[in-house]
Design a protein around this ligand. Structure first.
Ligand code: AMP
Length: 210
């Protein structure tokens, strides 16, 4: 099963990707996590991406397409994968097609902008492993500590309110057109993001299995 999760930043793509990953035993691939890891390790790619990421803009297509090509060539992707945060532009979607990758389903998780702004103010991420939490909707067992690896959970720099507004604009301008792109091929399923994570999970799993 080859899946794409579409949706605005903070719609819950990462959280749902984790659930599907456990359910279907296929890797969840987040370009955002790969870029943050590169940044943490001080690689050339990470440093190149930093200014775009910090300002809420998209990293150039050639950089992320390169990242995805490399990642999808790894052995664990042979049985399928879930893409979280890729593609984010029409040229990125075209690059996937040109790689000969046939996507089975594209799940778009829809959440209103006002809700996104509220949600992202409560998001916390583990600075060690990238796991995502929310102070209200998905708190870690111990405040400030990652359940998975014991790392410190922090606020992402790009979750500051002004940057979130820029990221939403970027989403509407550059990523939302992908809905039309995948609708044409009959692969798009729309899921309304719910207040409770588990309710969105039910809808998402139903969309995967439909
Ligand atoms: P995310 O963790 O998915 O919200 O991604 C965080 C940031 O990483 C985005 O705001 C972009 O700056 C960058 N990024 C992640 N995925 C992509 C992509 N597919 N295309 C361009 N930029 C990306």
């Amino acid at each position: 099963m080859k899946l794409i999760l579409l949706g605005a930043p903070g719609a819950g793509k990462g959280t749902q990707a984790e659930v599907i990953c456990e359910h279907l035993h296929i890797p969840a691939i987040s370009t955002g996590n790969i870029i943050r890891e590169a940044l943490k390790n001080g690689t050339e790619m990470g440093l190149k991406a930093k200014s775009y990421m910090d300002s809420g803009a998209l990293v150039p297509d050639d950089v992320v397409i390169g990242i995805i090509k490399e990642r999808l060539a790894q052995d664990d992707c042979k049985g399928g994968f879930i893409l979280d945060g890729f593609p984010r532009t029409v040229p990125q979607a075209q690059a996937l097609d040109e790689m000969g990758i046939v996507i089975d389903r594209v799940i778009d998780i829809e959440v209103a902008d006002e809700k996104i702004e509220q949600r992202l103010s409560g998001r916390r991420v583990c600075e060690a492993c990238g796991a995502s939490y929310h102070t209200l909707y998905k708190p870690s067992k111990e405040e400030g500590v990652c359940d998975k690896c014991g790392g410190k959970t922090v606020i992402r720099k790009d979750d500051e309110p002004a940057t979130v507004r820029d990221r939403l604009k970027t989403y509407h301008d550059q990523t939302e057109p992908l809905k039309g792109y995948y609708e044409k091929s009959g692969k798009l399923v729309i899921v309304q993001g719910q207040e409770k994570v588990e309710d969105t999970t039910k809808l998402t799993l139903a969309a995967v299995e439909a």
